[in-house]
Structure formats: C-alpha cells, structure tokens
Design a protein around this ligand. Sequence first.
Ligand SMILES: Cc1cc2nc3c(=O)[nH]c(=O)nc-3n(C[C@H](O)[C@H](O)[C@H](O)COP(=O)(O)OP(=O)(O)OC[C@H]3O[C@@H](n4cnc5c(N)ncnc54)[C@H](O)[C@@H]3O)c2cc1C
Length: 265
Amino acid sequence: MSETYPYNGRLSRWQEVADGLAIVGVESLDPPFAFEPGQYATLGLMGPIGRLIQRPMSISSSADRLDEYEFFIRLVPGGALTPLLWQLRVGDPINIKGPKGRFLLQDDGRRCLFVASGTGLAPFVSMIETLRGRGMSREIDLLHGVSYDHDLAWRAEMQALEREGDLPLRYAATISRPQQCPNWTGLTGRVESILEGHLDLHRLTPENATLYLCGNPEMIAAVDEIATRRRFPPDQVRKELYWPKGRSHAGAAEAGAAGVGAVEA
Ligand SMILES: Cc1cc2nc3c(=O)[nH]c(=O)nc-3n(C[C@H](O)[C@H](O)[C@H](O)COP(=O)(O)OP(=O)(O)OC[C@H]3O[C@@H](n4cnc5c(N)ncnc54)[C@H](O)[C@@H]3O)c2cc1C
C-alpha cells in the first residue's frame, strides 16, 4: 500500500472478533464530521494501481463520540478494499469521508425491531449506544443472525443491556451453522426464520412497530416479504443493503439466505 497519498485518517484500533471479522477504529486527522446514528462513512485505501479504493462502512460507535469512528468489518476474500485493510497495522494511514446515508431511527413513537445479519449489526450498535449515552429510552427488539457463534460481536454487551432493562432492549441471536459450533445452545437458523415467532410472541404489528433491516440483501428480501404479508407499510420497513442482491462473495458470505451456495459476481 502506498503511504504517499494525502490520507486524512489513521487506523487507531483493531480488535479481531473472529478470523476475518474485526471491530476497527479510525481517527480523523481533519476536524471530525458529525453524524446521525445509522449513517455510514467511506473508508479508502490506495490500491495496487495507484487508484483510491473506497467502500461505505456503517459506523458502529455513538454519534456523540467523534474522537474515533468505530466499524465492524468482514474480510471479503478477493475483494478490492478489505484485503488491503487486513494488511494494515494500528497507526497506519487511511482515508475517511462522511457522513452519508438515510438509514436513521424514525421519530414515530413505534417500537423498533432491528434485524441484522453479520456486520449489519453495526448501525444498530451506534443507535443503541447513542440512545443510551443520551439517557433516552426507546423500546427495541434486536435480532442478530450470523453463521457461527464466534461471529456474535457485542453479544455480552447486548445481554447485559437486556438485563438492565433501561432502553428497554430485547435481544435474540441465532446461528445458521450450528453443526460447527458444538458449544452453542441458543437459537439456530437464519435470522428471518426466527422473525415470525418473535413478532407473534411480542405482539409486534404494523400499529406498534417499525422494522429496520441491515446487511445481507437476501435476508432483507426475505424479511421484507414477511413484513409485506403482515401488512407493514413500506415506510415502516427501513432497509440498508450491504451489497446488491444475488452478488454475495462465496468466500465471505454472511449469515442470511445467500449465506450458502452464494456465487461471486
Ligand atoms: C451503506 C453500506 C454500508 C456498509 N457497511 C458495512 C459494514 O459496516 N461492514 C462491512 O463489513 N461491510 C459493509 N458494507 C459492505 C462494504 O461496503 C464492502 O462492499 C465490503 O466491505 C467488501 O468490500 P471489498 O472492496 O473488499 O470487496 P468488493 O470488491 O467490493 O466486493 C466483492 C464482492 O463481494 C460482495 N460482498 C461485499 N460484502 C460482502 C459480505 N460481507 N459478504 C459477502 N459478500 C460480500 C460484493 O457484492 C462483491 O460482489 C456496506 C455497504 C453499504 C452499501
């Protein structure tokens, strides 16, 4: 990676959650930009042919902490940016631009049902952290689906928040490849497969809830279908797709309908 580009940030933290999955901190060397929880920044690194490669990444940190932006990132083997990112060391230069995006908490007085696959958890962590830091209460249900139990970042934190009961938050995690997780005793299957049971059990309806879906586009399509069948109006089904439908990278596919047998574009 070239270090001569006028980079405007530096890698400030690298926390490996599992192989190919990391919580990453980036400090801006320019005056930091403010953002709304749910928005993303664009991270950039100089590629091998001298072109800046940039990708959107949801910010997972609180909107009230601008000294370091935090991200939750999956390595996509053969991808343009993430293999370069995985070569960096803390302190290395990186580009950061932001904020962008309209995946925001709606001020509609309804319960929030967050449905995340894989790293799609990131904007929800930012929303929860921001609300908590501001002492604001909002009724939240968070469903997180991943392939393996070791991919469940923030699980202990979410369980602690659930116990504390302040927000209030209900948290459920599910894994789609339990055969490879011998110690897992929790829910299994893709996140969309636990959704209907959750809606029924907790009486979440179009009258009282708004859905927020983030991550794998196949998961989002599957949940959208359920929501449409249950007559949730489109503006109560907010979506952030991390890549175009049908274009998962087979080597890195995150939990969700495309997780198995996905093809590279
Ligand atoms: C608004 C927005 C927010 C995003 N936030 C995050 C985030 O918080 N964390 C994060 O890890 N990614 C996030 N992404 C995806 C990210 O922008 C890149 O697409 C991803 O990091 C791969 O980049 P790459 O250059 O390494 O691979 P590319 O060369 O861009 O992609 C190679 C192929 O892999 C597919 N692909 C991309 N991501 C995945 C994945 N996770 N699993 C399977 N296939 C994939 C792409 O569609 C493409 O076909 C976000 C995308 C959008 C649009």
